[in-house]
Design a protein around this ligand. Structure first.
Ligand SMILES: Cc1ncc(COP(=O)(O)O)c(C=O)c1O
Length: 408
């Protein structure tokens, strides 16, 4: 315990311990009451506003009536609910793929799918129950900015891990050449959660084809958001194939919890018997699966939400950049981070914003590199143009006072 006490007090004394905000309900998003004060939140991944949609809420309530609370067992033991299978099939159809597998969360999808794929036994199903193949046979190529759930996923595998510089295709190509005799998986976020930029998927797929390597994309922040139909990063680039493992979550744009992996039938059949977070954890709540089905349908059939999201995200990004601020992730995503640098300054700016009526987290080490602290704004279709413009004005005023504007 002594070590833990020292760790916590050092983090707190060093200003590295994140503040914990208490929010009173979220039903009035983007206006929320945080620590007793009403503010406009730019902190939520409720990109399409579905977390409070009356139809989605009703589906969840109906689902509770129909399925009770929790299935109280793993699907391998207690069986699947009809709604689990229906959601899997609809998710796969939405992605234009054969089938999908549900996980209780996106984190669990990555932690289950990645080691299962990477350590796939070469000697038949019985080997699944023993240790997998020799460590030297497998390699994971991972973008250095990949989400923690990916890192935790491959850390559970016995593969060699090779990290390449963020979105740097020359670095990836060079490293793939070094490991040309290995069985490889390239894994990348589709939209990077802390920088808000998009993976260079066409180039990644081209490299993978050259080296006969598998590709996995974590589309947590792209599902429902990118592409005319909201299918994600592939649709954004007008690609139809080349990605073997399509991971996503319902916990962002769809406003519900639950992760999934979609792909060709054999992959899904394999994961059903190899992904430990699927096999050895209680099944997704039936009510949430019903809610996710409704949210998916709305996200698909109401593209105006997406168009609005894109327009507002661009308005915020352009507005902040016009003030001379260092906006990361030039692109079309609703994650708009402003690089500040020093941890203390970022915390002060986040605090000043709160005083000005805006809630936006300051992201610091260890979520990002030291001295790369940032204020991360998440835009949703629920924001108004006035809210976005008000935020730009507040940021400009606060940052000028704190001396973080770039030279004009
Ligand atoms: C890129 C990425 N992958 C996976 C996850 C995990 O998803 P979930 O919240 O469903 O566990 C997140 C959540 O923050 C994420 O940003």
């Amino acid at each position: 315990m002594e070590k833990i006490r020292t760790f916590v007090s050092n983090a707190k004394d060093g200003g590295l311990y994140p503040p914990m905000f208490v929010t009173e309900g979220l039903s009035s998003e983007p206006r929320v009451v945080v620590e007793g004060r009403e503010v406009i939140s730019f902190a939520s991944a409720n990109y399409l506003g579905l977390a409070n949609d009356a139809r989605v809420k009703k589906a969840v309530i109906d689902g509770i009536e129909r399925y009770g609370l929790h299935p109280c067992g793993s699907r391998c033991v207690s069986g699947s609910l009809d709604v689990h299978r229906e959601l899997e099939q609809r998710t796969a159809r939405h992605k234009g793929l054969d089938d999908a597998l549900l996980f209780p969360t996106g984190m669990m999808a990555n932690m289950g799918a990645i080691p299962a794929i990477v350590d796939m036994p070469l000697r038949g199903v019985s080997a699944l129950l023993r240790r997998g193949p020799d460590r030297r046979e497998n390699v994971v190529f991972s973008d250095e900015l990949n989400h923690a759930s990916i890192i935790d996923g491959y850390s559970l595998s016995r593969a060699q891990i090779v990290t390449y510089r963020h979105n740097d295709m020359d670095d990836l190509a060079e490293k793939m050449e070094q490991y040309r005799d290995y069985r490889g998986l390239i894994v990348t976020d589709g939209v990077f959660s802390m920088d808000g930029d998009i993976a260079r998927l066409p180039e990644i797929v081209a490299l993978a084809r050259r080296h006969e390597t598998m590709v996995m994309v974590d589309d947590a922040h792209a599902s429902g958001v990118l592409g005319e139909q909201g299918q994600g990063t592939l649709e954004h680039f007008g690609m139809h194939d080349g990605v073997d493992v399509n991971m996503g979550t319902y916990s962002k744009a769809f406003g519900i919890s639950g992760g999934f992996v979609a792909g060709e039938q054999s992959l899904i059949d394999y994961l059903r018997v190899a992904a430990r977070t699927y096999m050895f954890s209680g099944a997704t709540f039936g009510s949430l699966a019903l809610g996710a089905m409704t949210a998916l349908e709305i996200a698909r059939s109401e593209p105006a939400r997406r168009h609005r999201l894109w327009a507002l995200s661009k308005r915020l990004r352009d507005g902040l950049a016009a003030q001379g601020l260092d906006v990361l992730g030039k692109g079309e995503t609703p994650i708009v981070p402003v690089l500040v640098g020093e941890e203390e300054t970022a915390q002060c700016i986040s605090h000043d914003l709160f005083e000005a009526g805006f809630f936006a987290p300051c992201i610091m080490y260890p979520a990002v590199q030291k001295r790369r602290s940032r204020i991360r704004f998440s835009v949703t279709s629920l924001h108004s143009e006035r809210m976005v413009d008000g935020l730009v004005d507040a940021m400009s005023y606060i940052c000028k006072r704190r001396g973080v504007l770039l030279a004009a």
